[in-house]
Design a protein around this ligand. Structure first.
Ligand SMILES: Nc1ncnc2c1ncn2[C@@H]1O[C@H](COP(=O)(O)OP(=O)(O)OP(=O)(O)O)[C@@H](O)[C@H]1O
Length: 846
């Protein structure tokens, strides 16, 4: 008798082509049953095709074999088979009869039908099974799910509930010991506290429930066993001795607690069904294995009395979030063209910001539910410490494997643009979760130009839909951090992003989004009345903020004393009274305390410098003035101008530049290098010879360029004046250094991708200052006041070097920048020089 089947041909993985074909091959899958051709998929022209074809099949008997061939079609000539494989429909397993029930026979076989099915079908089968069981037992003979659930609840083992209750009680009390003794150990405390809070909430749920699962009881039992060490460790030195292992254990506990909470939230019937899906079962086993391993490490560390750390805790149990390993997927994902915006700073000094960190962690890890608030906005004045808090949160969730994406915006980074945000989040999510990776790759396949779409479209296709599809494979919250949103471009450019965050991000309950920013008008206006956004001001005047700053100053003084070792300062220098006085002057502003202590570190005479600081008062501008004044640059007019130019390049530069690049732009030679300026500004700039110079804090750039705050000072940087100077520097570089075939390519007709050593050639022939000038000259020119000299420089570039400029942009992969720049300069030229404007508008058509 004929039996019908459906075959879903999805895609092919692991293809390695022998040759690099210039055109994607045309591929199809041909299907036969028992050697007879039955069907084929549509052809797909792709190196990694996805067919997604559903094909009906018929087979004659239990031994039928389905043959599948990957066939390549050519423009001319016959198609050829690249790969083939077979599946048997039935798998008979030979059995031997045992016992007395069966006659001995040689042909006894169990026939197994193996097929992959979807989650819905699994649930259907499980419910049908449960209904059948209940019918056999004669209690609830109905197919109604609710009644099946009720049946399952009534018949579950109440002993398990009480044993889980008992175990959780003892686990939380042991964890409480760790929270208390680990209170000041930053490595342990946030994780222990999170685990404690979550487990307490699980305990409350369990007390109310009438049922539970054996596997969860076993898991909690294993954890309790690991925490036996709390009985022996009563003193702080002891816990410090085993700090490394304990830190891993509490991280694991926090992860596990979050998983248990999500798992328990699904209700018994759903969990019963979930067992069949087995993903949760696998996760539970992974956790058990990890805890056993930690227990061994701990026993060893306690036994041999040495501190012991295991690197890479995440290797041990990759539980809820897995890394996308498929290299082909990674290749596809790279087309999202994401940007790197990681935090490269330190988190909070241990012992500071404890309350706010704990509050944020609790908010971000609240149970997933459709109507909970999932966007958390921390706002406060410049330098209050928001980004440092965001960094600590980022580190905490990264260690827990729950960090989905983190974007730390900075004004000096061209990547801090709204257009990169959604695709960078999508890329990071895909990298942290295999299911998300598959879903996003599918979107990229269906919408190859998605990164050129509007951010609303990108949101829907790259976040909304994939998260919805992958939701069953995501345990618990995924944390997204957007730090310093006010530094993401300007209010006009980020208008749609802000609206997306306040209206649409709140519809993604699986994501927990921490946003930090200054209370800029556009952001405040958008978030103010949005009920699904938790608003949290970072108040600098609270007693705990003041105490945190005092702690910070105290800790920083150790560095100051070390720097000034030749002064033989007392180990308690400058004494409690002066530390308190500095704390009072900082008035809750971390940036004041941080700049002040850096100033003391770099000062020639620490005692003099400290007295000077104490006299100046708490104004941040006054502090910056003290730091700048102390360089003594401003007494000599020529030197002052050079220092000002160097600072302007750092503050107005479109990307961070090294001292050598800045020298080339400003026409400074080695004797007058910008390095001399940067060397003396360690308390406000981050710089090392040959490395890029960046301001340590955005508020310093604000101060230097604010007419109202420092126009009377020699260091004031008027953006219109210095913007023009930088534009002139760029144009002079371009007019001198641009030339035909700058990278010495053998053939100028081939594409960039065909030049295998292009990166080496770029490094050799295009120095950083030439690349910077090519990309940003037009940005500096806009908003500046044109004069005769700059007009001559622009004309020179346009009439004499224009093709070479386009060539360099094309090599750098930045042609888009050139076209945009031309358009904007063309508009500005209309006001200044009509002939040039006409020339530019005709070049724009090239
Ligand atoms: N808890 C902390 N522990 C140690 N240092 C801190 C802490 N908070 C802030 N700082 C220091 O203070 C400086 C300013 O803090 P941060 O950059 O976090 O402020 P912010 O509120 O994000 O400022 P802005 O809004 O201007 O970006 C940091 O560079 C850091 O050195």
């Amino acid at each position: 008798m004929l039996q019908s089947y459906s075959l879903h041909v999805h895609s092919v993985s692991g293809i390695q082509w022998r040759k690099k074909w210039p055109i994607a091959p045309n591929l199809e899958v041909a299907i036969n049953v028992d050697g007879i051709p039955i069907a084929q998929t549509h052809r797909k022209r792709d190196f990694v095709p996805m067919w997604n074809s559903l094909l009906p099949l018929s087979a004659g008997g239990p031994t039928s074999v389905i043959g599948l061939q990957l066939v390549r079609h050519h423009a001319v000539g016959k198609p050829n088979t690249c790969a083939k494989g077979e599946i048997e429909i039935y798998v008979p397993i030979p059995l031997k009869s045992v016992g007395k029930d069966l006659e001995p026979t040689s042909g006894l076989a169990l026939i197994v039908h193996l097929a992959r099915i979807g989650r819905d079908q699994v649930i259907e089968i499980a419910i049908a099974d449960a209904v059948e069981d209940s019918a056999v037992l004669g209690s609830v003979p109905t197919s109604d799910l609710r009644r099946v659930t009720g049946f399952a609840l009534q018949n579950s083992d109440s002993n398990l509930v009480s044993s889980l209750e008992g175990l959780l009680k003892s686990l939380t009390s042991r964890l409480d010991v760790v929270v208390k003794i680990g209170g000041v150990i930053a490595k342990i405390h946030p994780f222990a506290e999170l685990a404690y809070n979550v487990l307490t909430s699980v305990y409350d749920v369990v007390k109310k429930q009438q049922n539970t699962d054996q596997s969860i009881v076993q898991l909690v039992n294993t954890m309790v066993d690991v925490y036996l060490f709390t009985k022996d460790v009563n003193s702080l030195p002891d816990i410090e001795r085993i700090e490394g292992v304990v830190s891993l254990i509490v991280q694991e506990t926090a992860r596990c607690a979050l998983f248990i909470r999500e798992y328990m939230a699904h209700g018994f019937a759903a969990r019963l069904v979930g067992q069949i899906i087995s993903q949760d079962t696998q996760t539970i086993q992974d956790f058990m294995a990890a805890f056993h391993k930690h227990k061994q490490s701990l026993d060893w560390a306690l036994g041999v009395h040495i501190a012991f750390t295991i690197n890479n805790a995440r290797d041990i149990a990759q539980c809820s979030l897995e890394v996308a390993k498929d290299t082909q997927q990674l290749e596809i994902l790279k087309n999202l063209n994401p940007v790197k915006m990681n935090s490269n700073r330190d988190g909070c000094l241990p012992g500071t910001r404890c309350d706010i960190l704990s509050l944020i962690i609790t908010e971000l890890t609240k149970p997933v539910s459709a109507n909970s608030q999932n966007v958390f906005w921390l706002y406060g004045v410049a330098g209050a410490g928001k980004s440092t808090i965001a960094t600590s949160i980022c580190q905490t969730f990264n260690a827990l494997g729950l960090l989905g994406a983190s974007l730390f915006f900075t004004r000096s980074n061209e990547a801090s643009s709204p257009s990169f945000v959604i695709r960078t989040i999508a890329y990071s999510l895909a990298k942290s979760n295999t299911q998300m990776a598959s879903e996003i790759c599918l979107v990229m396949h269906q919408h190859p130009h998605i990164i050129d779409a509007s951010i609303e479209d990108q949101f829907q296709r790259l976040l909304g839909e994939p998260l919805d599809q992958a939701k069953d494979h995501i345990h618990g919250p995924i944390i997204i951090i957007l730090d310093a949103l006010d530094e993401c471009s300007d209010p006009e450019s980020r208008r749609r992003l802000i609206s997306l965050i306040s209206n649409r991000f709140t519809t993604l309950p699986l994501l927990r989004i921490l946003i930090t920013s200054r209370p800029d008008l556009d952001i405040t206006a958008a978030f103010r009345n949005q009920s699904s956004i938790v608003k949290m001001p970072l108040d600098i005047a609270t007693p705990s903020s003041l105490e945190d700053i005092r702690l910070y100053i105290d800790a920083e003084m150790m560095d100051v004393r070390q720097m000034h070792f030749s002064w033989d300062l007392d180990p308690t220098w400058p004494g409690e009274e002066k530390i308190n006085a500095l704390g009072t002057l900082a008035a809750g502003l971390f940036i004041w305390a941080s700049t002040a202590t850096k100033y003391l570190r770099n000062a020639h005479d620490p005692n003099d410098a400290l007295d000077h600081l104490l006299k100046k008062g708490s104004d941040l501008d006054a502090l910056y003035a003290v730091a700048l004044q102390s360089t003594k640059f401003w007494e000599d007019r020529t030197f002052a101008e050079r220092a000002q130019a160097c600072l302007a390049a750092v503050v107005l530069g479109k990307v961070p530049m090294s001292d050598t690049t800045i020298n080339a732009l400003l026409g400074l030679d080695a004797k007058k290098s910008s390095a001399h300026v940067f060397f003396k500004l360690g308390c406000v700039l981050q710089w090392a010879p040959g490395k890029s110079a960046q301001i340590l804090h955005a508020s310093f750039g604000d101060y230097l360029t604010d007419h109202k705050r420092c126009s009377q000072e020699s260091w004031f940087i008027d953006p219109t004046f210095w913007g023009l100077k930088l534009a002139q520097g760029c144009l002079q570089v371009l007019n001198t250094e641009l030339q035909f075939n700058i990278c010495r390519l053998e053939d100028s007709h081939i594409t960039n991708t065909a030049v295998h050593d292009l990166p080496n050639r770029i490094a050799t022939y295009i120095p950083a200052h030439l690349s910077y000038s090519s990309r940003f000259w037009a940005d500096h020119i806009l908003g500046a006041k044109w004069d005769e000299a700059i007009l001559t420089d622009i004309e020179n570039l346009m009439y004499n070097k224009f093709p070479f400029w386009l060539e360099i942009l094309s090599i750098l992969g930045d042609l888009g920048i050139g076209i945009n720049a031309l358009r904007r300069v063309g508009e500005a030229a209309k006001v200044n020089d009509l002939k040039l404007a006409q020339y530019i508008s005709s070049s724009s058509y090239i």
